[in-house]
Design a protein around this ligand. Structure first.
Ligand code: NAD
Length: 491
């Protein structure tokens, strides 16, 4: 059963889909998708649960969420194995990154629930006290992608419920398993039925119905920019709040004073992470021309050392991509770039032999692509890095900003002024200096430009899931209030 509604597993009433094992191409399970009636049931459950959950004290909500962190920790082995089975990512990634990251997020938001921030109460308009209330919004409808199924479920669910909302999450129909366990763990931890609901279904049926639903007060979406635009349009009919975490095309800028070895290693790790299916992955390396040859040689050498293999094997660095169709899409970008005159220094192909049946693709380094070519401008979402040389710092910053996206970026330099300039002038929600990818529960993640708006993680994301209310209480009612006198003079 792939629906989790009102504290229990249920069957969906929509079409039946199949989940394919990306490492073999074989059917792993069949899934009965949610239809609109299932979404209605989940929203109704969330609506019923809202008054009691939102009325709990922050400490009580925090207590339940700390128990959830413990429950997730208890099931961490099972969660990691399932995350790898449904995505094809290496078990090492699931075990050392996805699962502990989600447990840490859960513990963080349990604490954050008790730390709502705002302006100080005070007397700003005569003898009247103004104060701010931050209130939960109601039922949140969230939609998440397949690349980090468990972490994305956590990024959506945790700040929403910490702030006192209830939630219906639609995970990607390719990867619902760990989101369902998350909801089951919430019930086991004592969160009341209906606070966390999961509907597994397609974007067109379950997703669109959830976004349009009149009882859903906010839509929080992580996925592609194209679908994000459609979500915004649909949400406008009910004027609900939207929070959009969209695509990325992160630049990786290597200045001439950079530590070359650190930058080369950072570029490999930053571009192949999660098979490159990471919205913040390093995709465009802009390298000062004096270092370009040495950098690309070293990156190619390191990429050739990456072990592509069966995800569950300890030695495997890079598992499979999410589906065969997605692997073919990634390969298509590289093939078209090659046909247009770019050179592939390493990779650019799927491995043969025992891996041939899976959706595997080798780490790939492309040079001599034009800045305005599709492989530089569009999201490839695979283990593919394009390297381009630059001459001046001005050029580097301009090139880094020259795509529609603005999610993340990195600058590699030991020069203080350069690093400050890059952090100021690169238009992205995160700029790493001499690092790439590192995220932390305490700090926000979110985009500029076509990468969307709104923040995940950190206290900023808690704010996204609250309404701000101003309350003013006057101690001088009646004729003495100056503005009353302006409107209607008492004679
Ligand atoms: P996607 O946009 O195809 O799908 C994301 C989710 O939206 C899925 O659950 C899907 O079923 C649903 N969906 C699809 N069409 C819909 C519709 N018409 N109405 C409602 N829901 C719909 O993205 P994907 O391929 O699953 O994920 C990859 C994308 O996600 C990449 O673009 C990546 O950059 C982005 N992403 C962004 C972040 C971030 O934090 N900014 C994080 C992870 C992934």
């Amino acid at each position: 059963m792939h629906q989790y509604i009102d504290g229990e597993y249920r069957d969906g009433h929509g079409e039946t889909g199949r989940r394919i094992d990306p490492t073999t191409g074989e059917v792993a399970e069949t899934i009965r998708y949610a239809d609109p009636t299932d979404v209605d049931a989940a929203v109704a459950a969330a609506k019923r649960a809202f008054p009691a959950w939102s009325a709990l004290s922050p400490a009580e909500r925090a207590d339940a969420m700390l128990r959830l962190a413990t429950e997730l920790d208890r099931r961490s082995g099972e969660l990691a194995a399932l995350e790898t089975a449904q995505t094809g990512k290496s078990l090492r990634m699931s075990t050392e990154f996805d699962v502990p990251g989600t447990i840490d997020n859960t513990a963080f938001f349990a604490g954050a629930a008790r730390q709502l921030q705002g302006l100080a109460a005070g007397e700003y308009a005569g003898r009247a006290t103004s104060m701010i209330r931050r209130e939960p919004i109601g039922v949140v409808g969230s939609i998440s992608p397949w690349n980090y199924p468990l972490q994305m479920a956590g990024w959506k669910i945790l700040p929403a419920i910490a702030a006192g909302n209830t939630i219906v999450l639609k995970p990607s129909e390719l990867t619902p398993g760990t989101s369902l366990i998350f909801a089951e763990a919430a019930t086991a931890a004592g969160l009341p039925a209906g606070v966390v609901n999961i509907v597994t279904g397609t974007g067109q049926v379950a997703g669109e119905h959830l976004v349009r639903h009149p009882d859903v007060a906010m839509t929080s979406f992580t996925g592609s920019t194209a679908v994000g635009r459609r979500i915004m349009e649909m949400a406008s009919a009910t004027a609900k709040r939207v929070h959009l975490e969209l695509g990325g095309k992160a630049p990786f800028v290597v200045f001439d004073d950079a530590d070359l070895e650190a930058a080369a290693r950072g570029a490999v790790g930053g571009s192949i992470i999660n098979g490159g299916q990471d919205c913040t992955a390093a995709t465009r390396a802009y390298v000062h021309h004096s270092l370009f040859e040495a950098f690309t040689e070293r990156v190619a050498e390191l990429m050739e050392q990456v072990v592509v293999g069966t995800p569950t094997e300890e030695a495997t660095d890079l598992g499979s991509l999410i589906t065969h169709a997605h692997r073919d899409k990634v390969a298509g970008f590289v093939d078209r770039a090659r046909a247009a005159g770019a050179r592939v220094l390493t990779g650019g192909e799927a491995p043969n032999g025992t891996l041939a049946a899976g959706a595997f693709y080798r780490p790939t380094l492309v040079v001599d692509a034009a800045q305005d070519s599709e492989i530089v401008q569009q999201e490839v979402f695979g283990p593919v890095l394009v390297a381009l040389p630059f001459d001046t710092d001005d050029d580097a910053i301009a090139l880094a900003n020259d795509t529609p996206y603005g999610l993340a970026a990195s600058a590699w330099t030991n020069d203080l002024n350069r690093s400050l300039r890059a952090s100021e002038e690169i238009q992205a929600g995160c700029v790493w200096i001499n690092d790439h990818i590192t995220i932390t529960s305490e700090m926000p993640h979110g985009g500029y430009k076509a990468s969307g708006f709104g923040k995940d993680m950190s206290p900023y994301s808690l704010e996204e899931y609250t309404n701000v209310k101003h309350v003013l209480a006057s101690r001088e009612p009646g004729p003495g209030r100056p503005w009353h006198d302006t409107v209607f003079r008492v004679r």
